[in-house]
Structure formats: structure tokens, C-alpha cells
Design a protein around this ligand. Structure first.
Ligand SMILES: Cc1cc2nc3c(=O)[nH]c(=O)nc-3n(C[C@H](O)[C@H](O)[C@H](O)COP(=O)(O)O)c2cc1C
Length: 301
């Protein structure tokens, strides 16, 4: 029978399916439940230095099975988050601490604290607004990305994942700036907007939001393929995965593991167990013994 376990930066995963940052992962008990119901690992909601309420409503618009959200990085702040991690760790599966900040110093402070809390890896959310270059994202400034990643790598021992933004003109340049990271996470949400034609104005209080769900899957596949081909580094694929076929597409494009976010709203927490047996059946039928045999097989040299 095929083996659906995989390793990522040396971390053993019982299957390639992880919970993406921001979906049911701000609370220790829901993180624990998702792990007990089949997720191989959970990435926490992105945590910042201090508590934030986020933007006023409306913060989410539906677009078919996809979503546009502008939650505004609402989070309890790092000092209040240790207890949630303690609870999630009871499931005895890897917890990845996601952090966001506006400069290298804050990113490092958050990462060190996450490591103290006992996370198995750090994920850097590089998609928050960049104060200096207002309007741009931290992740669109290669010098800043390089500073952040290098500084954190010199201060923490656990693996560091750089979650890259798709909202840049040259992803390879940004990936290379983050090359000290142990793996890349691709992609975060795609900048988008919706207009209410009766009120004649943007729907979201923040005007713009991030598109997630099936609508962005082809964009995510393209980025994973391109970055894997150019860098050869380990990649975690995320964006629009709703079933095992979507996950296999990402793996064949070059991902060693995948994350699921928006689909959790539509299909609920049972999605992990379902994808597990469907993936195993596919691998048996297609004669893949291990996940690594599928990683990047679609890449044309
Ligand atoms: C409501 C919501 C909140 C999110 N919050 C975060 C976050 O705090 N940090 C982060 O890195 N990504 C966040 N994301 C992005 C997801 O982790 C993921 O990259 C994106 O939604 C694409 O995956 P999906 O199509 O499976 O949802 C959020 C997405 C949604 C829908």
C-alpha cells in the first residue's frame, strides 16, 4: 500500500495536508480538533506584537466558492498566544507558528517567542502592508525580505518557512531574497475587489481584500511550478485546494506538502480524512509508492 507520509524541512508529516494560516487556527481547541480529525499539521493564524481587532465589517465577500477577505490581521497578540499553542500541542502533531510584522526586528521578536512556545517551525507572513513603502506589501521589497529571513535564521533553531505574496511582479527575485528560508509557502491571497452596484461602492470596509479559494488555484499552481523549477527548494502549496485532485496537482507542480484554507468553510473539518483515503487510492492505482515520487513530476525541464 502507498505511503502518504512526507517530510518537510525535516519535519515528519503523516500526510501532506496542513491547515492554512487564518482559518480556524486562532484557538487552541479548534487547532487540536483539526489535527485529531486528520490534518497533518496546523499553521496558526498570523500573530503580531500586540492585539488587533482588524477592520470593521463587512470583511468577507463570497465569489462563487471563493472568498474575498479583508480581516485586517485581527489577532490576540503574541503574549496571549502561548496558551493556545499549549492546547493545540496536546494533539501531538506539528504546529507551525505564523507571524506578521512590519520590520525585521519585530519579525524576529515574534519568531523567538513562538519558538519558546514550542512550535515546530515558523511561517513568515510577508503579505502585510509595508509601512515605509506605504501601499506595498512587506513581501514585495527584496531587501526587506532578505533582512527579515536572515535575521530570523540567525536567531531561531526551528525551520523557517517564507510565505510569499503573489502580488509581486517578479516572484523569483523575492524567492531568491528569501533563500535562507528552509521552505517557501506559495501563495497568499491575491489582491482583489468587489463592488456593490446598488450602493455604487466597494463592498469591503477596507475597499480591497484578498481572493482565496478555487478562483486562485491556477495562479498558485503556476507560482509553485515556476519557483520549484527555478530554485529547487522545498515548497508548501496553498491556494484553492478543495479536494485530493487539487492537492495532487500542487504536488506534481513541485509542492512537498499543501495547506487548505477556504475549502474548510465549504466542506468542514471532515475534508482531511476524505482526502487522505482518496490520495492513497490514487497513489495505489497510479503506482506511486511515496509522495516524493510525485513531487514536481509535471515540471518540464
Ligand atoms: C479569512 C482568511 C484569513 C486569512 N488569514 C491569514 C493570516 O492570518 N495569515 C496568512 O499568512 N494567511 C492568511 N490567509 C491566507 C490563507 O492562509 C491562504 O494563503 C489563502 O487563503 C489561499 O488558500 P485557500 O484558497 O485554501 O484559502 C487567510 C485567508 C482567509 C480566507
Amino acid at each position: 500500500m502507498s505511503d502518504i507520509s512526507t517530510t518537510l524541512a525535516g519535519i515528519k508529516l503523516v500526510n501532506p495536508f496542513m491547515v492554512a494560516s487564518g482559518i480556524l487556527d486562532e484557538n487552541g481547541y479548534t487547532m487540536k480538533e483539526l489535527l485529531e480529525r486528520g490534518a497533518a499539521a496546523v499553521v496558526t493564524k498570523s500573530i503580531g506584537i500586540s492585539e488587533r481587532d482588524g477592520y470593521p465589517t463587512p470583511v468577507i465577500v463570497e465569489y462563487g466558492d471563493s472568498l474575498i477577505n479583508a480581516v485586517g490581521l485581527s489577532n490576540p497578540g503574541i503574549e496571549n498566544f502561548g496558551e493556545e499553542i499549549n492546547i493545540a500541542k496536546e494533539a501531538k502533531r506539528p504546529i507551525i507558528g505564523s507571524v506578521f510584522a512590519y520590520n525585521a526586528e519585530e519579525f524576529t521578536k515574534l519568531s523567538v517567542k513562538m519558538e519558546e512556545y514550542g512550535v515546530d517551525a515558523i511561517e513568515l507572513n510577508l503579505s502585510c502592508p509595508h509601512v515605509k513603502g506605504f501601499g506595498l506589501e512587506v513581501g514585495s521589497d527584496p531587501d526587506l525580505v532578505e533582512d527579515i529571513v536572515n535575521e530570523i535564521k540567525s536567531k531561531v533553531k526551528v525551520p523557517v518557512f517564507a510565505k510569499l505574496s503573489p502580488n509581486v511582479s517578479n516572484i523569483i527575485e523575492i524567492a531568491k531574497a528569501a533563500e535562507k528560508a528552509d521552505a517557501y509557502v506559495l501563495i497568499n491571497t491575491v489582491k482583489a475587489m468587489a463592488i456593490d452596484i446598488y450602493s455604487r461602492s466597494p463592498v469591503l470596509s477596507n475597499l480591497y481584500g484578498g481572493l482565496s479559494g478555487p478562483a486562485i488555484k491556477p495562479v498558485g499552481i503556476r507560482y509553485v511550478y515556476e519557483v520549484k523549477k527555478e530554485t529547487g527548494k522545498e515548497i508548501i502549496g496553498v491556494g484553492g485546494i478543495s479536494n485530493y485532485k487539487d492537492a495532487i496537482e500542487y504536488i506534481m507542480a513541485g509542492a512537498s506538502a499543501v495547506q487548505i484554507g477556504t475549502a474548510l468553510y465549504k466542506y468542514g473539518k471532515g475534508i482531511f480524512r476524505e482526502m487522505e483515503w482518496q490520495l492513497r487510492t490514487f497513489m495505489d492505482e497510479e503506482r506511486f509508492e511515496k509522495i516524493e515520487e510525485m513531487v514536481g513530476v509535471a515540471i518540464k525541464r
